[in-house]
Design a protein around this ligand. Structure first.
Ligand SMILES: *Cc1c(COP(=O)(O)O)cnc(C)c1O
Length: 229
């Protein structure tokens, strides 16, 4: 079942790539497994899926410890500075960097493990009150800060678009994030070259792919609805 859902998402990503003249290999499907049990993750793992996204540090840590070591774990949820130390040794990418203070903490913890942690800047493109992320105007300054950190590698930008009835309504949000990425590469401060755009969720990933997403974060359409206890 879950495997079939993933296959279906792959087909839809592929079709969106065809419509927009893109190569499907340039889009990573991140299976967002928050609140979902290890068996569900293993069902996808056995089908070859390796990239998984989680929102909560403790859950991420526990799943990392108990599941195969070649899974690539992505932190996509809001991250508190005092929790960076619990994921710094293994995390594949942190998608949710939204302050210089958090970036500096990641630098410190990554240095302890003698590794470089890839990160994205989370941007609140639509300016929603309820969402984390910096404003588009704040991106260049935060990019400059991160660009100076030896153990943090800025790879791109992430956003969560507003929940809408028709995903077309979010096209402008995705386009804006893609444009911010282009602008960053033009400015090219600190030789930062961004190539990751993490955007698109269950309800809007096809539009996000058409607008240049390189990483869709899909939970519900793969694993089914989440039930919070
Ligand atoms: C939960 C979550 C997702 C996945 O959402 P779905 O609508 O279930 O696909 C993607 N990104 C972030 C940041 C999330 O918190």
């Amino acid at each position: 079942m879950i495997k079939d859902n993933l296959a279906h998402v792959k087909e839809r990503v592929k079709a969106a790539c065809m419509r927009s003249g893109r190569n499907p290999d340039d889009v990573t499907i991140l299976a967002v497994s928050k609140t979902k049990p290890a068996e569900d993750i293993m069902a996808l793992y056995e089908a070859g899926q390796r990239d998984f996204g989680e929102n909560y540090v403790q859950e991420l840590r526990e799943k990392h410890e108990k599941l195969p070591s070649d899974i690539r774990w992505h932190m996509i949820g809001h991250l508190q500075r005092n929790k960076v130390k619990y994921i710094a040794d293994f995390i594949e990418m942190i998608h949710s960097v939204d302050s210089a203070a958090l970036a500096l903490t990641i630098e410190k913890e990554a240095a302890k493990h003698d590794r470089v942690i890839p990160v994205l800047i989370e941007v609140n493109v639509a300016g929603e009150e309820s969402k984390y992320g910096v404003t588009p105007d704040e991106v260049p300054e935060l990019a400059r800060v991160i660009g100076d950190l030896p153990h943090v590698s800025l790879r791109g930008l992430m956003t969560s678009a507003p929940l809408v009835q028709n995903p077309e309504e979010d096209r402008a949000v995705f386009r804006k994030l893609a444009q911010l990425g282009v602008d960053m590469n033009l400015e090219n401060d600190n030789n930062v070259k961004v190539d990751v755009l993490s955007m698109g969720m269950s309800n809007d990933f096809e539009v996000a792919v058409e607008e240049g997403s390189t990483c869709v974060r899909v939970g519900t359409v793969i694993f089914g609805a989440r039930v919070y206890g």
